[in-house]
Design a protein around this ligand. Structure first.
Ligand SMILES: [Zn+2]
Length: 315
């Protein structure tokens, strides 16, 4: 009898957690406004309206996920200049039983001096939303070098936001900067600014999902470019294999003199890739005779803000 009880205990003890485990998560990315609702406008009328910037940053964020993560399903509330109602956005996320809802917006203020990022939650009692929001602000400050105005809830705002109040999952509305501040509006209109903001959102998101879902393997195995492999093998055969540290990739070219690269202290090289991926440019630093030599600089590069940098063989 005891043996049977032990057997039943073991079955339930070991199999239940397995049954409950998720193998994938769903994130709903919500570019704010759209269609007839432009959102906030820049003081400089030649710059883009909030609805356009929200969509660009949202898509860049999604592209970062697609490039380096697996087991994450991305659903956008809009991918063009349409306007799903706030109710539609909430319902979509709730019906999908999404794990995260991230709404992307840009801010405005009557005072043109006001600038910086904000991450909004419905209530500070929602600990999961707050930890995601904190992570966004941490990245905006540390990686993007932006002024962080912190995490705010409906008490701070003195009003509720529908997309945060009625969504059932961790939900955060990110304000990427103030379009009424001239410098910030220009920054958000620049390809580099959009990349930096989107990659900060991505890094924060990655940190949180990895922490909250330890049983899911989110990190995509690094695909070896067959052409690159041939080069590396050929060079190795000739005893001339060299290495570099890859710091990032992008869809459109970023200036190698950009401020974000200055902190590394090693000149950055941009390489155009012949690939079917949406990422057409690769950015590397250094040329090293061995992998070990490259690894000596890797930590320094990672500490300068490119946490995911890694060593690659080059021609
Ligand atoms: Zn907005």
């Amino acid at each position: 009898m005891m043996r049977i009880i032990t057997f039943i205990f073991c079955i339930s003890f070991f199999s239940l957690p397995v049954l409950c485990q998720k193998s994938k998560i769903i994130v709903v990315i919500d570019p704010g406004h759209g269609g007839a609702d432009p959102g906030h406008l820049s003081s400089n009328k030649s710059l883009m309206a909030e609805k356009e910037l929200n969509l660009i940053i949202a898509k860049k964020f999604g592209a970062y996920i697609e490039e380096s993560l697996q087991n994450v399903k991305i659903i956008y509330t809009r991918t063009d200049d349409s306007f799903p109602s706030l109710n539609d956005r909430v319902e979509k996320a709730n019906n999908l039983k999404a794990d995260y809802f991230i709404s992307i917006h840009c801010n405005a203020n009557d005072c043109k001096e006001v600038h910086g990022t904000e991450s909004h939650v419905h209530t500070m009692k929602s600990t999961k939303s707050v930890s995601l929001a904190n992570e966004f602000e941490k990245e905006f400050k540390a990686k993007a070098g932006r002024h962080s105005r912190g995490v705010k809830d409906s008490d701070d705002r003195e009003h509720s936001l529908q997309v945060l109040k009625y969504t059932n999952m961790s939900s955060v509305l990110v304000e990427c900067g103030f379009l009424t501040n001239e410098n910030e509006a220009k920054y958000l209109n620049s390809n580099n600014g959009q990349d930096v903001i989107a990659s900060s959102i991505f890094r924060a998101f990655k940190t949180v999902i990895v922490k909250e879902h330890p049983s899911i393997n989110f990190i995509k195995p690094v695909k070896v470019d067959p052409n690159q492999n041939v080069v590396a093998t050929n060079n190795a055969a000739q005893g001339a294999e060299t290495f570099a540290i890859q710091i990032m990739s992008s869809k459109s070219p970023t200036d190698t003199e950009a401020q974000e690269f200055k902190k590394i202290g090693i000149p950055v090289t941009r390489n155009e890739l012949t690939t079917s991926s949406v990422f057409k440019y690769r950015y590397t630093v250094g040329t090293y005779a061995s992998k070990d030599e490259a690894k000596k600089d890797l930590e320094k590069v990672q500490l300068s803000g490119f946490k995911d940098a890694y060593v690659i063989p080059i021609e």
